[in-house]
Design a protein. Structure first.
Length: 263
């Protein structure tokens, strides 16, 4: 069955002195509507490159990306992006940073309705009392909450997350996992997330796409993650399949790492 998001024979090449260098080559994945997929692989294998092409922030060398039956050829509000750094405008409050995005997506909606949308998502991510604070007054975790609220406020068809918790401490990261899953479950968004964290991928995703080591990276394996939802961390850790799946992921990454060293 065709996916809601289809990545077909996706390739990305960069020019070098010796000719084009293929970073991603023949990448194929179908993502179903409402599915949460994690993309994992070694540093430099092209994970963020794939996400950037889906976001429309990086051109496609060959292949195609289809979202909800429409081939994309650039960025658009149908794809909300959460980066590792939330990239907030320092002279705007948390509320105004989210409002800036909402103004672009809902230009014909009454300002009061746009305000309700912004305030709703900031409240849901736990920032009801911090809406008027500036980024310099917020912790790293709070700034990332603003980034998550901003992405969801766009009502995107696809949510794209590029290692959004990679710069946070473990406790904050776990708190934001729960925030993200709560929003994702409530809004039923289709999500594609890049991560290097095996346990994070297992806790969040329905499927994990494993990339081979670059250059010429492609899909090496896909792991189904069938833990019941809604998920509690303790229940996932106690699930009889957890350590088998974890060992499978680590085994794949170790073998890819050995191949990369050998080459």
């Amino acid at each position: 069955m065709p996916g809601y998001v289809e990545l077909y024979e996706l390739s990305k090449a960069y020019p070098t002195r010796s000719g084009p260098q293929l970073v991603v080559d023949g990448f194929n994945v179908d993502i179903q509507k409402g599915e949460f997929v994690c993309l994992i692989g070694h540093s430099g294998c092209g994970k963020s490159t794939v996400l950037s092409m889906v976001a429309g922030l990086s051109s496609i060398s060959s292949g195609a990306i289809v979202v909800d039956g429409k081939e994309i050829d650039g960025p658009g509000p149908d794809r909300g992006v959460v980066f590792q750094s939330p990239s907030l405008l320092p002279w705007l409050s948390a509320r105004d940073n989210v409002m800036l995005a909402a103004d672009q997506v809902y230009p014909h909606v009454e300002p009061s309705v746009r305000s309700e949308i912004v305030e709703y998502y900031l409240s849901v991510v736990g920032l009801a009392d911090s809406m008027e604070k500036f980024p310099s007054e917020l912790s790293g975790g709070m700034r990332q909450r603003v980034g998550i609220a901003r992405a969801f406020s766009l009502a995107p068809k696809v949510l794209l997350l590029d290692e959004p918790f990679g710069m946070l401490d473990s406790l904050t990261r776990m708190e934001l996992h729960d925030v993200l899953l709560g929003l994702w479950r409530r809004d039923q968004r289709t999500a594609l997330m890049v991560t290097h964290d095996v346990d994070e991928a297992l806790f969040l995703s329905d499927r994990i796409v494993m990339m081979t080591s670059g250059p010429r990276a492609r899909v090496g394996d896909i792991l189904e993650v069938g833990f019941p939802r809604p998920r509690r961390r303790a229940d996932v850790l106690d699930h009889p399949e957890y350590y088998r799946l974890r060992e499978h992921l680590i085994g794949f990454l170790e073998s890819e790492g050995q191949e990369r060293l050998a080459s």
